[in-house]
Write a protein that binds this ligand. Structure first.
Ligand code: IPM
Ligand code: MN
Length: 380
């Protein structure tokens, strides 16, 4: 009898543990996408697998084939039911979308922007960080000078797609594209930026980047929201840069910036410049954040069709996006292990160049990160 009770208790314990483990297991939707997307995502997943063996982080991968290839085959982009499923995930991990045979704009709007908008990922978080050992085109600048974060508004501005043609194709043609700024949208982005600056706790400085000298309505709203929300954060230094000057300062004095908040379109542009000063598209990662919903992590670069299947693209940007995802999921140890491995591999000089011509293959670069993670873990 006693034996039976013990066995039952034991079984109940195991069941309970399983429930807890299942609850802790993160559901990650994976969208490899087009071109080199699947190759780089594979390396990112290799890294996630490595840290899941070493830490409390555990995950379940749910694959979604939203891509140009599938669109060409079936005419389908993303179904409404897939969007509902994605709402149930803990995070989304995206490779790249873009296919040379699909007309420009279809996949951008139908996949990437649709996900950002429908899941209300109103922040696009883009760290501009020069890692030790990475070449920057800026003379006399090093990792101590290039380390700031751009917070790009991600659901409004020129991206909403409101506009149209009049007399299209005639000499009298008119084309409009509206720049939409809502008080709610601007304010929540600015508030997120102040909170982020406070948490980052580096220079405690937030720069508003706009074009308020010309966009005297749209960016007047940004200026007012910035000042008003700013009164709630007396300890944060408030700074301002017009977007044209911002481009100049990013090249001349990148060390002036700590956190930058910017509208959607200008954020798109300045973060490509940012990617270049941090060593190129091979390292720049981003997070599309909905602080109360599902967030999506991706490299900034595109699908690089001409390199598809060649195993030459460096996966570090995608691995860095995985690191951002782990941090967002509050998997502290796992995120630290990945970050340390990126720093170690880059500063060791084993990956001399982040381009497609480094001589190190996509999978070899992924292996280097995994080896570095395993070595660090075995030492600690
Ligand atoms: C980016 C990309 C996208 C954007 C495109 C592909 C729609 O350039 O993530 O920066 O403009 O936001
Ligand atoms: Mn872009």
């Amino acid at each position: 009898m006693q034996k039976k009770i013990n066995a039952e208790e034991e079984k109940a314990k195991i069941d309970k543990r399983k429930v807890v483990e299942n609850m802790a297991r993160k559901k990650i939707a994976v969208i490899p996408g087009d071109g080199i997307g699947p190759e780089i995502i594979q390396e990112g997943l290799k890294v996630l697998d490595a840290v899941s063996k070493l830490t409390d982080f555990s995950y379940e991968k749910i694959d979604y084939d939203f891509s140009g290839n599938r669109y060409l085959r079936t005419g389908e982009l993303i179904s409404d039911s897939a969007i509902s499923e994605l709402r149930q995930m803990d995070a989304i991990y995206l490779g790249a979308v873009g296919h040379p045979e699909v007309k420009t704009g279809i996949l951008e709007k139908g996949v990437l922007l649709r996900l950002r908008f429908e899941l209300d990922q109103y922040i696009n978080l883009r760290p501009i960080k020069l890692y030790p050992g990475v070449w920057t085109p800026l003379k006399d600048k090093g990792p101590e000078h290039i380390d700031f974060t751009v917070i790009r508004e991600n659901t409004e501005g020129l991206y909403v797609g409101i506009g149209g043609f009049f007399k299209k194709g005639t000499p009298d043609e008119v084309a409009t594209q509206e720049m939409i700024n809502t008080r709610k949208g601007v304010e929540r982005c600015i508030r997120y930026a102040f909170e982020y600056t406070q948490k980052r706790s580096r220079e405690n400085k937030l720069t508003l980047c706009d074009k308020s000298n010309v966009l005297t309505y749209a960016h007047d709203l940004w200026q007012r929201a910035f000042q008003e929300v700013g009164t709630e954060y007396p300890d944060i230094k408030k700074d301002h840069a017009h977007v044209d000057a911002m481009c100049m300062w990013m090249v001349k004095n990148p060390e002036w910036f700590d956190v930058v908040v910017v509208c959607n379109m200008f954020g798109d542009i300045i973060t490509d410049l940012g990617a270049m000063i941090q060593g190129g598209m091979g390292i720049a990662a981003s997070g599309n954040i909905n602080p109360k919903g599902v967030s999506m992590f991706e490299p900034i670069h595109g699908s690089a069709p001409k390199y598809t299947g060649k195993n030459v693209i460096n996966p570090l940007a995608t691995i860095s996006a995985a690191q951002m995802m782990l941090e967002y999921l509050e998997e502290k140890r796992a995120s630290e292990l990945v970050e340390q491995a990126i720093v170690e591999v880059l500063s060791s000089g084993r990956l001399k160049d982040l381009s497609a011509h480094s001589g190190v293959s996509t999978s070899e670069a992924g292996d280097m990160i995994v080896d570095s993670i395993n070595q660090a873990a075995s030492k600690s």
